[in-house]
Design a protein around this ligand. Structure first.
Ligand code: C2E
Ligand code: MG
Ligand code: MG
Length: 269
């Protein structure tokens, strides 16, 4: 057997270890915050909600991408307290917007680790109660890969979320390996067409076909379809023509701090 070693492998491992170490104290140090990306109706451009996206800025350093730190947070178990913190923040924010006269639903990303190792239904119920809002203002986004493992547990979790009035979207739909049967069984509310399909939709027939297929699955099962990562007018035109209900992406707005989101929502109500 041959093994190759390159110094960059050592650097990578070290970076991950450093990341894990600084992540462990990041919550106490108050280094996380949420930004909110507007979600709009495809036909009118009216804002109806926001996706809460987690940001980590270690003290004295630049932002670290969630794509980099979420997997580490999952590995070291930090995602459990961190995920609860995100749910609480999102509920508190929904309450502040409600008090300011903005009725916006907030979509919150939930890791599979939270589903399997904590009680997200109870966490959401607690957070909503603490904030004084209805859980109906919150939509949880689960990724497709979360759904294929253990259908009984998932069915209970989704059932529990719906029972308290919250709604459920499947994130990055079309990229996981999935049996379509779960869609009907789990009674999800919304499919989020993965960004990679949208990137291709206006220019290439395969991307367009994938997007159309997801929209038509959503429509025939009475779910809504939202496109994420919409960046151009051409993509928007394609999605409108294909019957997509909702849009999220840089074409309308990047993720915003709460006040900037409120301004944006006021201008697009
Ligand atoms: P996601 O949930 O699929 O979120 C969409 C990502 O696409 C976000 O990246 C968003 O900023 C980016 N995006 C939105 N519109 C556009 C666009 O028009 N063009 C391009 N190129 N990108 C766009 P972000 O914020 O870096 O988050 C990456 C991923 O990290 C998320 O993907 C989600 O899986 C995860 N994540 C973020 N916040 C949380 C969280 O609170 N909890 C958990 N468990 N995961 C989170
Ligand atoms: Mg998401
Ligand atoms: Mg996504």
């Amino acid at each position: 057997t041959w093994c190759f070693f390159h110094p960059s492998m050592d650097e990578q491992a070290r970076r991950r270890l450093d990341l894990a170490n600084s992540l462990r104290t990041a919550l106490q140090r108050d280094e996380f915050h949420l930004v909110y990306q507007p979600q709009v109706y495809a036909d009118s451009g009216r804002v109806f909600g926001a996706e809460a996206l987690l940001r980590w800025q270690p003290t004295g350093e630049g932002l670290v991408s969630p794509a980099e730190f979420i997997p580490v947070a999952e590995e070291i178990g930090l995602i459990l307290p961190l995920g609860e913190w995100v749910i609480q923040q999102a509920c508190d924010q929904a309450r502040r917007w409600q008090d300011a006269g903005l009725n916006c639903r907030v979509a919150v990303n939930v890791s599979g680790v939270q589903i399997y190792r904590s009680d997200v239904v109870a966490a959401l119920q607690r957070a909503a109660q603490h904030a004084g809002i209805s859980p109906a203002l919150i939509q949880l986004e689960l990724t497709e890969s979360t759904l294929i493992d253990d259908s009984i547990l998932i069915q209970d979790v989704i059932g529990g979320l719906k029972a308290i009035g919250a709604s459920v979207a499947i994130d990055d739909f079309g990229t996981g390996y999935s049996s379509l049967a779960y869609l009907k069984r789990f009674k999800v509310d919304k499919l989020k067409i993965d960004r990679s399909f949208i990137a291709d939709a206006a220019t290439n027939e395969e991307g367009a076909a994938m997007s159309r297929a997801v929209i038509s699955i959503a429509r025939s099962l009475n779910m809504r379809a939202i496109a994420e990562g919409v960046e151009t007018a051409d993509q928007l035109a394609f999605l409108l023509g294909a019957g997509c209900n909702e849009i999220q992406g840089y074409y309308f707005s990047k993720p915003l701090l709460p006040d900037a989101f409120a301004d944006f929502a006021q201008r697009h109500r």
